[in-house]
Design a protein around this ligand. Sequence first.
Ligand code: NI
Length: 432
Amino acid sequence: MSVLFKDIKALLPSEDGGLEIGDCSVFVDGDSIASTRGVPEGMSADTVIDGRGKLLIPGLVNSHTHVYMTMFRNCADDLAFTDWLFGHILPLEDKMTAEDCYWGSLLGYMEMIATGTATSLDMFVFPETAVRAASEAGVRAVLSRGLTGGEDDRAGGARRLREARTEIEKWRGKSGLITYMLGPHAPYTCDPGYLKEAAALADELKLGISIHLAESRDEIRTVRERYGCTPAEYLDRCGILRETTVAAHCVHLTDSDIALLARRGVSVATNPVSNLKLGNGAAPVPKMLKAGINVCLGTDGAASNNTLNMFRELSFLSLIHKGAAEDARTVSAAQALRAATAGGAKALGLGGITGEIKPGLKADLAVLDLEAPWMKPHNNILSSLAYSANGSEVETVMVGGRLLMKNREFLTIDRERVLYEVDKTCRRLGLL
Ligand code: NI
């Protein structure tokens, strides 16, 4: 199948390595972008999408989330971090079945598609639920099994590692859209032996690692008491910090932690809204950018955000650092957009595959309505993506050349069924 996005404005990579808005006609042949200058000679478009008054952007990349957690949206708010996690979210999670996670994940993918996200890095809990939901939704997904393990639960930790290996060996390579990472949960839920086992499995299966790092002050204290160092130093001792690692949050880093992450080539998935909402603070993103760290952007789960909307995240990313630094030049619109697109693709091992609108790259694209009143006038469309858009402008989304939403209609997900099943689950969990 071929699709032409005709006479459309697009967010394109500029020659100096930045981003710019250009006028083009983007031709998609099969799963890839074939041209940004119309239909190549000798070819024709099966479908033509009129691009007048529209903007084409690369499908956004959500570099840290827990998709199934949409089920816990707005059910444990305004609580201290430790109480939120150990007192509310984890006990609820214990009551969930694999089927619940599947429906929660589909709700999450509907939300992400509706707001222009094509790719996500999901840390999930039940074997084979994430892959089922992502495959049916048709999204591009990097799936990482959440792993916890230590002295108090050796058997459980070993089982989770075993299940991760079995799933990866079974599903890997089956779909061009799904890849895997390992997800050792955090420095305070994995002991050194367990982290080293996870690092060894990542080596053996050639997998990246997704992990939470330095999210709360409690974590800093706990790791200092147990191991006498910072969480970043602890992960480094266990072989977790590497070029294929995506560390989420990274709120409480010392300057030497930042230098360490930069040296190891770790990507940082910053989660501004989740960090603000849980009262954890703001990550030192300007310092990370200065140190040359690849900063990408994630929403975290809907239990702590409470949306998976990357447009809201984009806006917060730029705004909080301007405010915190008392300098409006801090984290520009272009830097925030890069974190939400090519920066995310790089972190997830998809650099040069997706994250930009360029011939040869996979056709992961979103069409936005530029005629929405808050998007007018078009004085600076690049700015409007970071400061004016809210995600409701997204009309059409394509992943790997396949349309997942057209004119706001979901084409791969049965909307009514998912909403029904989610409500049913929440009633059973006592949330509704
Ligand atoms: Ni998280």
